[in-house]
Write a protein that binds this ligand. Structure first.
Ligand code: 5AD
Ligand code: FES
Length: 357
């Protein structure tokens, strides 16, 4: 198949690619995605300084180590001054964006986050991405007005039964992340979402539907990574997992992650797509680089102080959990340069967002 700048793939074609094992065909897929990446978002790799501001979480997501009932996890919530110190480090290292990420933590009040946003904007002028879970619409709007630029909320799976089984709702509330993503877009946020690859019970058809939903939502940012079992979660118990025929179950593999990154680039060519920590966890040697040459154009160096970082244990053996901000910075720069790419300057908004707004 010749290199194509066509970006329409139907469900059947997507399933075909997800099942593809032929190395020569896969090489074509990587080349196609890399080509589109170069045309639409260029050779720059944008760095996003990740600050994991709290690991408290009120939710019960069946796969996640931060889930409320995990009493073995030491909980922390960073102070205003600690968060600002990390943001200053981001600016000093030349990053144009900070990502404030946490569990779903009501202890991070509307007012507190508003003050953090205003302080970062006033003092440093960085782009701000929030990734704080499913929050109320009025607070999302307050934060947008305070200067937040972007919001990340993975919908995790588009398969309703699988979603419901692994995401018990909060008492008296429903959970509709897809509706919330549409609201965020209306509020003027640059919107990011994504899924886990290889969740127990996820079929090839489900994953193809996830990819089609990325395009339908016209996402500005797409983050995907392999599911990694955490022993202190219900999903570690096979009895809890949704079971599908073995030939239908998507493997939570490194290769499958590259396929999904590449197909995301093909379907949403102007989106910003990170090469994620979960991928680096499966292949510490060069997972990040392979993500970057198969469709990705963003990496998220971790700025969380090491004594907190070790407690942000969403899944076990997480890459970078022992490193300092400086170590991740140096490491990622070297990795980017090793593949002949260069570090992007400025806020690095998604061309998709610039195009639609
Ligand atoms: N394995 C891989 N990724 C996970 N996440 C949560 N738990 C796991 C796990 N066990 C992902 C979810 C969430 C993001 C912050 O981390 O997709 O949105
Ligand atoms: Fe953290 Fe390489 S990115 S050590």
């Amino acid at each position: 198949m010749p290199l194509s700048i066509e970006t329409s793939l139907n469900r059947e074609q997507l399933i075909g690619w997800l099942r593809e094992e032929n190395p020569a065909r896969l090489a074509q897929l990587w080349q196609w995605a890399d080509h589109l990446r170069q045309i639409h978002v260029g050779g720059e790799v944008h760095l996003r300084g990740l600050i994991e501001i709290s690991n408290y979480c009120v939710r019960l997501c069946a796969y996640c180590g931060l889930r409320a009932p995990n009493t073995e996890l030491v909980r922390y919530r960073m102070s205003f001054d600690e968060i600002l110190a990390c943001a200053r480090k981001a600016a000093a290292l030349g990053y144009g964006t900070v990502v404030l990420q946490s569990g779903e933590d009501p202890g991070l009040t509307t007012q507190f986050i508003t003050e953090v946003i205003q302080a970062i904007k006033q003092e440093l002028g960085l782009a701000i991405t929030l990734s704080l879970g499913e929050r109320e619409e009025d607070e999302l709007w307050t934060w947008r007005q305070a200067g937040a630029d972007r919001y990340l909320l993975r919908f995790e799976t588009s398969q309703p039964e699988l979603y419901a089984r692994y995401h018990p709702p909060r008492p008296g509330k429903t959970s509709d992340r897809i509706a919330l993503l549409r609201r965020l877009r209306e509020m003027g946020y640059e919107v990011g979402s994504g899924v886990m690859i290889g969740l127990p019970g996820q079929t090839y058809g489900d994953l193809a539907d996830d990819l089609l939903l990325f395009r339908e939502l016209d996402l500005d940012m797409i983050g995907v990574g392999p599911y990694i079992a955490h022993p202190r979660t219900p999903l570690a118990d096979p009895a809890f997992c949704r079971v599908v025929p073995a030939e239908e179950q998507v493997p939570a593999s490194e290769l499958m992650t590259y396929k999904v990154i590449a197909l995301s680039r093909i379907l949403c060519p102007r989106a910003n797509i990170p090469s994620t920590t979960a991928l680096a966890t499966l292949n510490r040697k060069n997972g990040r680089e392979l993500g970057l040459v198969r469709g990705a154009n963003v990496v998220m160096p971790n700025l969380t102080p090491p004594h907190y970082r070790i407690h942000y244990e969403i899944y076990p053996n997480k890459a970078c959990i022992q490193e300092t901000a400086e170590a991740c910075h140096t490491c990622l720069r070297a990795r980017i340069e090793s593949i002949g790419r260069h570090v992007g300057q400025g806020p690095g908004a998604s061309p998709n967002y610039r195009w639609r707004t």
